[in-house]
Design a protein around this ligand. Structure first.
Ligand code: COA
Length: 151
């Protein structure tokens, strides 16, 4: 498996990947394009030797006067490639990227119904904050906000 930053040439593959992982919530092409070219965002991809992208993680940095925070916008691994540690590796790479950009706190939203993802993030040191975003997703589910402080 190869890991690296995605670029505009990956636009259609990333768009398809998001659709495969999030049938009702997938980002549209315009948003994916913005995320690929915006210097404040980064998409890290996992690619098999044949060249197919099978996973990605999308992060955005938000620099505020007093504190810089990172937000994990999306994390996706194709079903047949799960439980092999790919998401764990993508998450670590994004955390390193954030760290190099002076980010010391990371946030993300996760569906209250997505226990797999909640467990995954907990195992990687994220805690569930007290903030709940009602009706955050198109299927009507709430989002929990999870967070991690980088050392
Ligand atoms: C959540 C998601 C990204 C996890 O991807 P993944 O690549 O399967 O994640 P990992 O392989 O790193 O870890 C998942 C599990 O596999 C296990 N695992 C990792 N490597 C393994 C290996 N070599 N052999 C067996 N199991 C392994 C991990 O221990 C982990 O177990 P746990 O969840 O019970 O703690 C994936 O399920 C997904 O894309 N879901 C749909 C989209 C989504 O919900 N995204 C998150 C919300 S934004």
């Amino acid at each position: 498996m190869n890991y690296g930053k995605a670029n505009l040439l990956d636009l259609l593959s990333i768009e398809q990947l998001e659709r495969d992982c999030f049938p009702t919530e997938a980002f549209n092409r315009r948003l994916v394009k913005n995320l690929l070219i915006n210097p404040k965002s980064v998409i890290i991809k996992a690619t098999i030797p044949a060249g197919k992208i099978v996973g990605d993680i999308i992060g955005i940095t938000k620099k505020e006067p007093s504190v810089s925070v990172g937000r994990i916008f999306s994390l996706c691994v194709l079903e047949e490639y799960r439980k092999k540690g790919i998401a764990g590796r993508l998450l670590r790479l994004l955390e390193e990227e954030f760290y190099l950009n002076s980010i010391r706190r990371i946030f993300l939203e996760v569906s209250a119904r997505n226990l797999t993802a909640q467990k995954f993030y907990q195992r990687h040191g994220y805690f569930t904050t007290s903030s709940i975003l009602p009706n955050f997703y198109k299927d009507g589910s709430d989002a929990f906000v999870m967070s991690k402080n980088l050392p």
